[in-house]
Design a protein around this ligand. Sequence first.
Ligand SMILES: [Zn+2]
Length: 138
Amino acid sequence: MARPRKSRWVESEPNVTFFKPKDIPLRGLEQVVVSVDELEALRLADYLGMNQEDVAQGLNVSRPTVTRMLARAHQAIADALVHGKAIKIEGGEYQIAKERFYCQTCAHTWITPAGETPPPLCPQCQGKAIQPLERNTT
Ligand SMILES: [Zn+2]
């Protein structure tokens, strides 16, 4: 059985999920797909200018994964811009990160639904040195 893929952390659902070239009818228009987690990688890396190490922590994935996500998203968007294709933001393995916590003992990070009080113990090492991770609200 395949190992379940790790769900990426995304700040919020995208407001706009479809971009289309002007004056080209939708029918017959080719489109590229960028997943919601790839869009988040773009937002953190390209828009906010975060380095890949920080992007990896923001998404809760490894740095090589960030590199792959950005490469794929850049390629798809370049394809759309160069060839006049539509861009659809859709899918991906992600969850909306409401509250993020960090364990200073074992460096474990995790999220809880919004409004939930911080857990008293780290779910991984049972340590008590827990701090909330700052959200990127820019
Ligand atoms: Zn811990």
